[in-house]
Design a protein around this ligand. Structure first.
Ligand SMILES: [Zn+2]
Length: 76
């Protein structure tokens, strides 16, 4: 299932399809609080982007705006 496509690394998940896939993987719910995701949810790197240097839907989680704001830009 995993295809190796070489792409320029991008810090954010720009593709609408990738975002839609990510939301679907989590049944449209926030990875932290489990709330239904609104239109303003964020694609968050599970491992900080500064560590992995990758933006891959399988290494990301969908967070509602509230949890994303709580988490901030760095994760510990
Ligand atoms: Zn949440």
């Amino acid at each position: 299932m995993r295809k190796n496509t070489r792409r320029k690394p991008s810090r954010t998940l720009r593709s609408r399809r990738a975002r839609a896939l990510l939301a679907r993987l989590q049944n449209g719910r926030c990875a932290i609080c489990g709330d239904q995701l609104g239109d303003d949810w964020h694609a968050d790197h599970i491992e900080p982007w500064s560590v992995t240097g990758r933006t891959n839907v399988h290494e990301m989680q969908a967070l509602c705006a509230r949890c994303n704001a709580k988490k901030g830009t760095t994760s510990s």
